[in-house]
Design a protein around this ligand. Structure first.
Ligand code: C2E
Ligand code: CA
Ligand code: CA
Length: 716
C-alpha cells in the first residue's frame, strides 16, 4: 500500500498496524487526526481523494490552516473574509461540530470534528454531493408525486362521474376474464340485473345473464362465448358490430391491456345503422319505384359482365314508355307516378332473380337479362314486356293505356363494356321509337353510323342559321269562293352547301328534338312577317309552329316583336299548329293561343285527321281554320272513307264558322270533289308548288301578273 508510511499511529495493539491502516484507508469517509498544535498527525487516502491532495501536501506536521487554505483554493464558498474564516476554523471545539462545505463546482462535503482530551482532534469528511442531489431530486419527486396524487384523486372522481354518464357501456375485465368494473350504462344496455353484476363477476356469468335477458346475438351461448374469448385472448384491439336478438345493434371496441385484461366500450348504433342502411338503399334505388337506379345498374351490369367473361351472353333492354307523357298531362303527376309504380310491379313479375330492373329516367327503364342462352331469350322477354305493359291500367279510378318501346343490345356481340351496351341499347330504342313505337329492335352497327350522320347533321344545322343557309318558300292558298289567292303558307328550305336543297321533313324532326327549332322558328316568324309586310294588304301569311316552340315562354314575345319590327298587321298573320301542340301542357298552350288570338292573329289546325282524338281538340279552342290532311285529299276521288272524312270535316268547320282548307290538291278531280263537299280553300300543286319569294312575287304579285284560276296548273 503506497500510503503505508502515513500510518504512524495504531491505538489498538491487538490489531496489526497494516490491518488498521487498510481498514481506515478503505473507509468511505475521509479521516484526519491532528495534534494540539493544529498539525496533521495522520490522514487516510479517502481524505486526500476528497480534497484532491497529494501525500506531500498532507504529510505529518502540516498546519491545519494550510489545509483550510487549500479548500478555499478549491472554491469553497464562505460568508466571511478568508483570513477570518481560517482563524475561526483552526479553533478547537469542546463538543463535536458538523460543518457543511459547498464548493463552487457543486461539490458538497460535510465534516465533523471530534475534540480529543489532549487538545488535538479528529475529523471525518464525507462527500455528500450525490446524496444531496439525490435527496433534492427525491424531494422534488415527492412533491410532484403529492401533486399528482391529488390530481389523480380529483380525476378519479371525475372519471367515476364520467363513466357513469357515458352514452356508451364500458367494462374492464382482468386477465382471469373477471369484471373489474363496469358502468351503469353497460348494465342497462344488456338488460342485466344490477345486483348480479359487480367486481369479480366472471364473463361467463355475464354471458349467461345476457342470454336470459335476450340481449344476445343470433348464435348459441357457446358460440358466442367462444368468439368473445377468442377476442379476449388474441390481445389485439378489435372492433366488432353485433346484432342482438332484441333488434339492437351494438358496436364493441375491445382494447387489450398490458396485464392481459381488457377494456371494452359498447355503443348502441341501432339508429345510426338503420340510417346507414337506409341511406345505402336510397343511394342505389329509385325512390318512387324502388327499382335499382343508374348507380346500382352500372354495378350489376359490370359484375355480370365480369362473370360472363367466358363468353356467356347477357342482354340489355332499354325500355321507354309510349304515351306516358299524355297520361301525366291528362291526369296529373300523382297518377303518372302511380302508373310508374304499376309498371315497375309488372316488370318485376316478368324477370328472374338474376336479372336487374332499373329506372334510369322519367319513363325509362333498363333491364339487364343475365344470363341468356341466345338472343331469342331476349326476344321473348321483350315481347312479354310490350304485351304486359300494353294492358290497360286502372289508376285510382282513371283508365289508361300506354305502350312500350324497347332497344336491345346483347353481349358480347354488341359490346362487352357496360357503357357500350347501354349506349347501343339506347340506339336500338331510338330506332324502335322511330319505327312507330310499341315494338322492339336489336342493335345493329348501322344504327351507330346513322347516329353519327345525325350528329353531323346536328352540327351542320347549328351552323346553318348564322351562315344564312335557310330560305322560306311560299305556297299560295286559294279561296274557292272567289277563285283568288287569299294568302301564302311559308315553308322552310335548307340550302345545304354540299347536299343542295334539303326538304323540312329531313331536318325539322331533328331540330325539334334538339331544341334548335326554337331559334330556327323565331327566324321563320320574323322572315315571314318582313316578307308579307311587302305584299298587298289583303294577303295573309301562314307560319308553321312546332310543339317545341310552345314549351318555352318566349313564343309570344317573338311574335309580337316580329309584328312590330315588320309593321305587319296581326290579322294578316296565321299560325298553323298540329294537335301535338295540345298534347303537351294543354292549359299553358291554350293560354298562349288565346292571347295570340286576342291580338288578332289567326290560328289554324294543321294536318287534321292524322291524330287520334282531333275532335276533342277542336272543341277546346275556337280555331279559325281546319286544314284537311293531304292523305285524305289524295284519294278523295276513289276512296269512300276519305271522301266521308273530307265531307264530315268540311261540314264541321262550316258549322263552327271555321274555314276548311284542303291540302295537297293535285288534280282537277280532287278539286271538284273538295269543292263539292264544302271546302272553302285549297292548296296544292294543282295551283302552285311552294316557290321562292321572288318567284311568288313575279308570278302572283307583280303588275300584270297572271292570276291563274284554280284548275289551270301553274308552271312550277
Ligand atoms: P305541312 O305544314 O303540312 O306543309 C305542307 C306540305 O305539303 C309542304 O311540304 C308542301 O310542300 C307539301 N305540299 C303542298 N302541296 C302539295 C301537293 O299538291 N302535293 C304534295 N305531294 N305535297 C304538297 P314541305 O314544304 O316539305 O313541308 C313539310 C312539313 O314540314 C310541313 O308540313 C310542316 O309540317 C313542316 N314545316 C315546313 N316549314 C316549316 C317551318 O317553318 N316550321 C315548322 N315548324 N315546320 C315546318
Ligand atoms: Ca302547314
Ligand atoms: Ca299540313
Amino acid at each position: 500500500m503506497s500510503d503505508s508510511h502515513h500510518a504512524t499511529a495504531g491505538s489498538n495493539p491487538a490489531l496489526p498496524g497494516w490491518l488498521l491502516e487498510q481498514a481506515i484507508n478503505n473507509l468511505s469517509l475521509g479521516f484526519i487526526i491532528f495534534n494540539a498544535k493544529r498539525e496533521v498527525v495522520f490522514c487516510n487516502a479517502r481524505y486526500m481523494e476528497i480534497y484532491r491532495l497529494s501525500p506531500e501536501q498532507v504529510k505529518p506536521g502540516t498546519p491545519i490552516t494550510q489545509l483550510i487554505q487549500h479548500r478555499l483554493n478549491l472554491g469553497l464558498k464562505i460568508h466571511s473574509a478568508p483570513d477570518e474564516y481560517i482563524r475561526a476554523h483552526r479553533e478547537n471545539a469542546i463538543v463535536p461540530v458538523t460543518t457543511i462545505q459547498r464548493f463552487s463546482d457543486g461539490q458538497i462535503i460535510t465534516y465533523t470534528v471530534y475534540p480529543m482530551p489532549d487538545g488535538g482532534g479528529m475529523a471525518t469528511h464525507e462527500d455528500i454531493t450525490s446524496r444531496e442531489e439525490m435527496s433534492a431530486r427525491l424531494k422534488q419527486h415527492y412533491e410532484l408525486g403529492k401533486l399528482q396524487e391529488e390530481k389523480l384523486q380529483a380525476r378519479n372522481f371525475q372519471f367515476d362521474t364520467a363513466i357513469n354518464n357515458m352514452s356508451q357501456g364500458l367494462c374492464f375485465f382482468d386477465a382471469g376474464h373477471r369484471l373489474i368494473v363496469c358502468n351503469d350504462r353497460y348494465v342497462e344496455m344488456y338488460d342485466l340485473p344490477p345486483d348480479r353484476v359487480g367486481p369479480g363477476t366472471p364473463l361467463t356469468e355475464i354471458v349467461d345473464l345476457r342470454f336470459e335477458a335476450g340481449s344476445f346475438p343470433a348464435m348459441s351461448r357457446d358460440e358466442y362465448l367462444h368468439w368473445r374469448s377468442n377476442v379476449a385472448i388474441s390481445a389485439e384491439p378489435t372492433d366488432s358490430i353485433i346484432e342482438l336478438g332484441n333488434g339492437r345493434t351494438f358496436k364493441i371496441r375491445h382494447r387489450p391491456m398490458p396485464d392481459l385484461g381488457w377494456v371494452a366500450t359498447h355503443e348502441d348504433i341501432t339508429e345510426q345503422r338503420q340510417a346507414e342502411i337506409k341511406i345505402e338503399h336510397m343511394a342505389h334505388h329509385d325512390a318512387l319505384t324502388d327499382l335499382a337506379n343508374r348507380v346500382l345498374l352500372n354495378g350489376r351490369l359490370e359484375s355480370a359482365l365480369a362473370r360472363f367473361q367466358s363468353g356467356e351472353m347477357l342482354a340489355v333492354h332499354h325500355l321507354d314508355l309510349d304515351q306516358f307523357k299524355a297520361v301525366n298531362d291528362t291526369f296529373g303527376h300523382p297518377v303518372g307516378d302511380r302508373l310508374l309504380k304499376v309498371v315497375a310491379d309488372r316488370l318485376r313479375g316478368l324477370v328472374r332473380e338474376t336479372d336487374t330492373i332499373a329506372r334510369t329516367g322519367g319513363d325509362e327503364f333498363v333491364i339487364v337479362q343475365a344470363p341468356v342462352a341466345d338472343p331469342t331469350d331476349a326476344t321473348s322477354l321483350a315481347e312479354s314486356i310490350i304485351e304486359l305493359l300494353s294492358q290497360p291500367y286502372d289508376l285510382d279510378g282513371h283508365q289508361a293505356v300506354i305502350g312500350a318501346s324497347i332497344g336491345i343490345a346483347v353481349s358480347p356481340g354488341d359490346g362487352s363494356s357496360a357503357d357500350t351496351l347501354l349506349r347501343n341499347a339506347d340506339l336500338a330504342l331510338y330506332r324502335a321509337k322511330g319505327d312507330g313505337r310499341g315494338t322492339f329492335r336489336f342493335f345493329k352497327p348501322a344504327m351507330d353510323e346513322q347516329m353519327q350522320t345525325r350528329r353531323v347533321m346536328e352540327q351542320d344545322l347549328r351552323k346553318a342559321l348564322s351562315a344564312g343557309e335557310f330560305e322560306l318558300y311560299y305556297q299560295p292558298v286559294v279561296s274557292l269562293e272567289s277563285n283568288k289567292i287569299s294568302g301564302f303558307e311559308a315553308l322552310i328550305r335548307w340550302n345545304h352547301p354540299e347536299k343542295g336543297l334539303v326538304a323540312p321533313a329531313a331536318f325539322i324532326p331533328l331540330a325539334e328534338e334538339i331544341g334548335f327549332i326554337v331559334p330556327l322558328g323565331e327566324w321563320v316568324i320574323r322572315q315571314a312577317c318582313i316578307t308579307a309586310a311587302q305584299w298587298p294588304d289583303h294577303l295573309q301569311v301562314a307560319v308553321n309552329i312546332s310543339a317545341a316552340q310552345f314549351r318555352g315562354s318566349g313564343l309570344m314575345q317573338v311574335i309580337i316583336n316580329a309584328l312590330a319590327t315588320s309593321g305587319l298587321h296581326p290579322t294578316r298573320l296565321e299560325i298553323e299548329i298540329t294537335e301535338t301542340v295540345l298534347l303537351q301542357d294543354k292549359e299553358a298552350t291554350l293560354a298562349v293561343l288565346h292571347r295570340l288570338r286576342a291580338l288578332g292573329i289567326r290560328i289554324a289546325m294543321d294536318d287534321f285527321g292524322t291524330g287520334y282524338s282531333s275532335l276533342t281538340y277542336l272543341q277546346c279552342f275556337p280555331f279559325d281554320k281546319i286544314k284537311i290532311d293531304r292523305s285524305f285529299v289524295k284519294d278523295v276521288a276513289d276512296n269512300a272513307g276519305s271522301l266521308n272524312i273530307v265531307r264530315a270535316v268540311a261540314a264541321l268547320a262550316n258549322g263552327m264558322g271555321m274555314a276548311a282548307t284542303a291540302e295537297g290538291v293535285e288534280t282537277k278531280e280532287q278539286l271538284d270533289r273538295i269543292t263539292a263537299e264544302g271546302c272553302t280553300e285549297m292548296q296544292g300543286y294543282l295551283f302552285s308548288r311552294p316557290l321562292p319569294v321572288h318567284e311568288i312575287e313575279r308570278l302572283y304579285l307583280s303588275e300584270g301578273a297572271v292570276r291563274k284560276a284554280p284548275g289551270k296548273t301553274a308552271a312550277a
